[in-house]
Ligand binder design. Structure first.
Ligand code: NAD
Ligand code: IPM
Ligand code: MN
Length: 350
């Protein structure tokens, strides 16, 4: 059985996954690793961003690690064949409904954030983003021409009780192992899906998690609070779209997008999908300067959450910390190392 399926993808994806391959060779030479085309490069080769074979291989692996997909090259492709559609298909096909996006400020990087040091020093928050529902998947969705001229575009935000409850449960359980606080974010003041979200989270809390502190916060206020005082948060649970936005925002409190990993988990025992939260970064692709730490830390999460190697994950995390303490920095966090040199620094620290 394949332990780890690598899907390097497009843009800087192959560059950062290349460093994961090096780290894995040093840390876990016994891992059975497979690799497949995914995203834009799969579309170019096979006419589809996610082939049936790749989805089947993902479901048959213990963990899947994705680099990034998309880019201007595919901007004219029909929506359902776009690289991003492949990613949504992979998430839905693997049914990884709970996306854990930690935002952690490494001590040596407290000055790399665009926020003041005292606001981010010691920051350790976890965003739990619902990943297979909401407006990303709701129907109907279409663009239609109007008889009077112009067009009309429709997306549908939709959530069921069961979908909200299962992701909220993950958030409450995580909080118990952390600082025991969950902040649930929605727009219950204007959206029915937000009203249901708040109701379901409140009910679940009362029934099963009364020992955990629960706070409700409107998502716009949460966006503001994240840059005003990010350390007030422990676990944030929110829907697919708000989670996408709030996690990019939270990355700035840590030094940047190039640092943030994620783990998408489904039912216990099912394979997890691991991905940096950043994209294919077309502006720096091919230059060899992308920060590989988000990808390396996504591998760390895979070791911990899907591959049963928590101790090796601890070692890898410590090595990343030591490399940063030693001054290793790619340009995005204020240094001059190349992608490969950053990977080497982590391996040296191992
Ligand atoms: P992006 O995350 O690719 O880039 C935003 C900015 O952050 C850019 O300036 C980029 O250079 C920088 N950046 C991102 N990752 C970095 C890294 N590892 N090291 C250094 N700098 C880094 O977002 P975008 O430009 O809005 O999107 C580009 C493409 O990526 C789009 O096609 C988008 O759909 C796709 N995308 C894919 C994923 C994914 O595959 N999971 C995530 C986000 C965006
Ligand atoms: C992310 C990305 C994706 C998302 C895109 C590329 C589909 O922005 O993983 O954060 O919106 O979920
Ligand atoms: Mn995003």
């Amino acid at each position: 059985m394949t332990d780890l399926l690598l899907l390097p993808g497009d843009g800087i994806g192959p560059e950062v996954i290349g460093e994961v391959r090096k780290v894995a060779a040093a840390l876990t030479p016994d891992l059975v690793i497979e690799e497949r085309a995914f995203g834009g490069c799969s579309y170019d080769q096979f006419g589809s961003p996610l082939t049936d074979e790749t989805l089947a291989a993902a479901k048959a692996s213990k963990a899947v690690l994705m680099g990034a997909v998309g880019g201007p090259k595919w901007s004219g492709v029909a929506r359902d064949k776009r690289p991003e559609a492949g990613l949504l298909g992979l998430r839905a096909g693997m049914n990884v409904f709970a996306n854990l996006r930690p935002a952690l400020c490494f001590a040596p990087l407290a000055d790399a954030s665009s926020l003041k040091r005292e606001l981010v020093e010691g920051l350790d928050l976890m965003i739990v983003r619902e990943l297979v529902g909401g407006v990303y998947f709701g129907s109907p969705r279409f663009i239609e021409a109007l008889p009077e001229g112009g067009k009309r575009a429709v997306d549908t935000q939709v959530y069921t009780t069961a979908e909200i409850e299962r992701v909220a449960r993950v958030a409450f359980e995580l909080a118990r192992g952390r600082r025991n606080k969950v902040t649930s974010c929605e727009k219950s003041n204007v959206m029915d899906s937000g009203l249901l979200w708040r109701e379901v989270v409140t009910d679940l809390h009362k029934r099963e998690f009364a020992d955990v502190e629960l706070e409700h916060m409107l998502a716009d206020n949460a966006a503001m609070q994240l840059v005003r005082a990010p350390k007030q948060f422990d676990v944030i649970v929110t829907d697919n779209l708000f989670g996408d936005i709030l996690s990019d925002e939270a990355s700035q409190a840590t030094g940047g997008l190039g640092l943030l990993p994620s783990a998408a988990l489904g039912v216990p025992g099912a394979p997890g999908l691991y991905e940096p939260i950043h994209g294919s970064a077309p502006d720096i692709a091919g230059k060899g300067i992308a920060n590989p730490l988000a990808a390396i830390l996504s591998f760390e999460m895979a070791l911990r959450w899907s591959l049963g190697r928590g101790e090796l994950a601890d070692r890898l995390f410590a090595a990343v910390t030591r490399a940063l303490e030693g001054g290793a920095r790619t340009p995005d966090i204020g240094g001059q190392l190349t992608t490969a040199q950053m990977g080497d620094a982590v391996i040296a620290a191992l």
